[in-house]
Design a protein around this ligand. Structure first.
Ligand code: DX5
Ligand code: ZN
Length: 241
């Protein structure tokens, strides 16, 4: 099955004083998932929110049969294994941890799956994509297989940074090797950078500032989605070459 375009606005760029209504507002504008940036002050030099806040916003957002309302938790934390059960209880759907933060990424994927959540694995701009190949090539046990890969397009830690185009060859390499994988990009995405990201092969698009800061978020979300959709066929032809 071809990957679907999924737009996941980062709530880091929302008004935290009215977080639940901000989440509802952006889902109402056509967002598919909510990207929730969790930072612990160790893995990255910033602190955001933890599981108690996720618990509070969960009842405000309905999950629908067509996959809307998924809580995509981007765990920028030093010990990802430590928070799995808290986020599962809080209502997280996808627990995306950093490859760089764990000694045993395959075991971490298994623990996430055991908790009932989907598992994502993220790499920072300087981490090569091929570190993931041994994990992604081994399809022998679905418990140990990630549901998504996140290629960071900024250094994790802060919203509002400039998109790093140098990360695109990693997205292309992953898309060509794993045509059906959900590949997420995160950092500096918006109408001016979506073309290169979608062409490279990303189908899950995180955008904070570009969506929450827009006068017309609905319009921005539809541009991002349509641009990914236009590129799905192109990836197929490319991977056959
Ligand atoms: C950065 C975060 C991103 C960030 C994206 O550490 O992981 O999700 O909030 O924000 P923008 O779209 O503003 O770069
Ligand atoms: Zn993020």
């Amino acid at each position: 099955m071809s990957p679907k375009p999924i737009i996941a606005p980062s709530i880091l760029a929302s008004d935290f004083g009215k977080l639940a209504s901000e989440c509802q507002r952006i889902i109402g504008h056509g967002a598919d998932w909510l990207h929730i940036d969790i930072m612990d002050g160790h893995f990255v030099p910033n602190i955001t929110i933890g599981a108690p806040v996720v618990t509070c916003i969960r009842p405000a957002i309905e999950k629908t049969a067509d996959g809307k309302g998924i809580f995509d938790c981007h765990m920028m934390v030093a010990k990802p294994e430590q928070w799995i059960s808290d986020f599962a209880k809080a209502g997280g759907d996808l627990y995306c941890f950093h490859y760089e933060a764990t000694e045993n990424p395959r075991e971490c994927i298994k623990l996430v799956h055991d908790s009932g959540m989907k598992a994502g694995i993220a790499i920072k701009p300087d981490t090569p994509a091929d570190v993931l190949y041994s994990i992604l090539d081994d399809t022998s046990d679905p418990d140990y297989y990630p549901d998504m890969v996140l290629v960071m397009t900024v250094e994790p830690g802060f919203g509002g940074q400039k998109f790093q185009q140098r990360c695109m060859p990693k997205v292309t390499a992953l898309r060509d090797r794993y045509p059906e994988m959900d590949i997420e990009v995160d950092g500096g995405l918006g109408p001016s950078t979506i073309d290169v990201a979608a062409e490279a092969g990303a189908n899950v698009i995180v955008a904070g500032t570009a969506v929450f800061g827009a006068p017309d978020p609905k319009h921005v979300i539809s541009i991002l989605k349509e641009t990914v959709q236009k590129n799905v066929e192109l990836w197929k032809t490319r991977s056959k070459v």
